[in-house]
Design a protein around this ligand. Structure first.
Ligand SMILES: Cc1cc2nc3c(=O)[nH]c(=O)nc-3n(C[C@H](O)[C@H](O)[C@H](O)COP(=O)(O)OP(=O)(O)OC[C@H]3O[C@@H](n4cnc5c(N)ncnc54)[C@H](O)[C@@H]3O)c2cc1C
Ligand SMILES: NC(=O)c1ccc[n+]([C@@H]2O[C@H](COP(=O)([O-])OP(=O)(O)OC[C@H]3O[C@@H](n4cnc5c(N)ncnc54)[C@H](O)[C@@H]3O)[C@@H](O)[C@H]2O)c1
Length: 475
């Protein structure tokens, strides 16, 4: 254990304005603030946004997921002869499709603001930067400035899209994942540069709206950390929906015009399109924090190093969420923030975040937990596969989800569940049944799924079907 305990001196603590300061009101900051407040300490959260929720609520997870749902509904309506009203979605700019998303953001902000109020957490509206290890300077949104002293602090400033100098993001046809939410004109074609999670999710959204998508991937295959079969299924479906995927390509330059952009690739290819969405990575928001004043440095991606208690090299300063890198998910950010705060208030039994499921909201969804086939093969683990195809499930047929698969990877001798991979709608929900079984000591084997009666008809039944399929392969 590498905990550098910061000794709390009661006589000194009252000399500070706050027991703890949280810098950033995203999921990591919110969770940390709640935990600290519930432990009876005086805490304030600083954020330049007038509303809580962080990038997660305003430009990241929430708007992109709500947008995806609107597009999913549009696709469903288009396929349904009764609901299809002949609307030409090509004529609707993206920022109009976002109407529902804005309502969700509003509701989320209201809900979370109440959490802060009920727990008497002070919200300070401004940019924070360090003066020393116990003083934070705030450039307040009303133009004033103030210095606030604290006993401990946690940095939860999140991340922003990485913007290479090569591109002019002020041009109306050049977007990143924040700016795309304001796209107010109609396009027929779009280039997505970067086929990470954001690039793939937006490829689904744009094809759902009927745009032609050129997806430029700098890697050899889509989302290479996924099980190969799932990654292949995604590539196959993307191509079916009209996405032109170009793997192992790299930008040379981008020419921008009033009515189009032209992307030149190092391989010599050129692609002309109406606009480009750059989705190639993110950087931690550490540059405005004046870290030099406390002797901390961030890496080249603006991220901070922490120990297993989310403590930076400065004992009274912690960090959590996107600013510490892996896994850069809202799901994990919340748990990391709460766990870091637990250590801050002296609870040493808190468990750091280690096992995180993948939930990718392409259309259809992808979700997984545990090892994939490539990893198990490389480790020479004697594993077997059980599969359930959605098209054979009664529930899937009823709701019209014909494409999709659930794969369970298990040890062929002990039957221990080693990995679960799901491709198909509701995958991000379905995965949690398998996750619970994998985490339950003593009953984490395939037998659980065989000996359990599932509601019928359900998507969850896929577990029993896949388990029996897998057992039939064991000899
Ligand atoms: C398009 C997109 C889709 C995503 N989809 C998903 C998804 O489906 N599921 C998922 O789990 N994750 C998803 N993510 C990732 C998720 O949004 C992030 O992991 C999450 O927002 C990280 O939370 P955080 O608390 O670390 O910081 P953030 O949400 O980034 O919030 C940080 C806050 O700190 C504030 N701040 C920055 N600098 C300062 C400063 N100097 N002083 C004071 N405040 C400051 C910022 O204003 C911001 O409000 C997505 C991200 C993007 C971009
Ligand atoms: N459904 C979800 O869970 C979901 C959805 C969207 C985004 N996210 C999160 O948002 C994050 C960003 O997603 P993404 O698709 O932009 O990127 P990514 O992290 O998948 O990476 C895309 C590519 O950019 C490169 N890169 C990353 N940061 C860079 C930097 N600062 N400078 C140069 N290159 C860099 C990476 O090496 C990779 O080749 C991911 O970590 C992801 O977890 C999650």
């Amino acid at each position: 254990m590498n905990l550098k305990r910061y000794k709390r001196q009661d006589s000194v603590s009252h000399a500070y304005d706050y027991d703890a300061i949280v810098i950033g009101a995203g999921p990591a900051g919110e969770a940390a603030a709640m935990k600290i407040a519930k432990s009876g300490q005086k805490v304030a959260v600083i954020d330049p946004r007038k509303q809580v929720g962080g990038n997660c609520t305003h430009v990241g997870t929430i708007p992109s997921k709500a947008l995806r749902q609107s597009v999913f509904n549009i696709i469903g309506n288009r396929r349904d002869p009764i609901l299809n009203q002949g609307i030409d979605y090509h004529q609707i700019p993206l920022n109009k499709v976002l109407t529902k998303a804005r309502e969700v953001v509003r509701n989320q902000v209201e809900t979370h603001t109440r959490f802060y109020e009920r727990n008497q957490i002070d919200l300070i509206n401004g940019w924070a930067s360090f003066k020393d290890t116990h003083t934070i300077h705030v450039d307040m949104s009303d133009g004033t400035e103030q210095d606030i002293t604290f006993e401990q602090a946690i940095i939860t400033v999140g991340s922003r899209p990485y913007r290479p100098d090569l591109l002019d993001f002020s041009h109306p046809r050049v977007f990143d994942s924040d700016k795309i939410l304001q796209m107010d004109y109609v396009v027929q074609r779009i280039i997505i540069y970067g086929a990470g999670v954001i690039g793939c999710e937006y490829a689904s959204i744009f094809t759902g709206l009927g745009y032609k998508v050129d997806l430029i991937n700098t890697q050899e295959q889509l989302l290479s950390y996924l099980d190969d079969e799932i990654s292949d299924a995604l590539s196959h479906d993307f191509r079916q929906f009209g996405v032109l995927i170009r793997n192992k390509e790299e930008i040379e330059r981008l020419e921008t015009y009033d009515d189009c952009v032209i992307l030149y690739l190092k391989s010599g290819k050129r692609i002309k399109s109406d606009a480009i969405l750059w989705s190639n990575g993110r950087s931690g928001n550490t540059d405005s924090l004046n870290l030099a004043a406390i002797g901390l440095t961030a890496n080249s991606r603006g991220q901070l190093k922490v120990n297993e208690h989310y403590q930076t090299d400065i004992p009274n300063i912690y960090a959590a969420g996107d600013v510490i890198g892996w896994p850069s998910l809202a799901s994990a950010a919340y748990d990391q923030g709460r766990c870091a705060a637990a250590y801050m208030v002296g609870d040493e039994n808190a468990q750091p975040v280690r096992s995180v499921p993948t939930g990718i909201y392409t259309i259809p969804e992808i979700s997984s937990i545990g090892k994939n086939e490539q990893e198990l093969t490389a480790e020479k683990v004697p594993y077997e596969v059980g599969q359930a195809f959605f098209k054979h499930l009664a529930r899937a047929q009823i709701i019209g989800e014909r494409s999709g698969v659930l794969k369970i990877l298990f040890h062929r001798e002990t039957l221990e569940v080693l990995g679960i991979h799901c491709y198909g709608n509701h995958a991000s929900e379905i995965i949690h049944i398998g996750q619970a079984v994998m985490e339950s000591k003593g009953s984490n084997t395939l037998e659980y799924f065989v000996n359990t009666t599932f509601n019928y008809p359900t998507m969850a039944e896929a577990y029993r079907v896949a388990a029996l399929n897998g057992l039939n392969r064991v000899f």
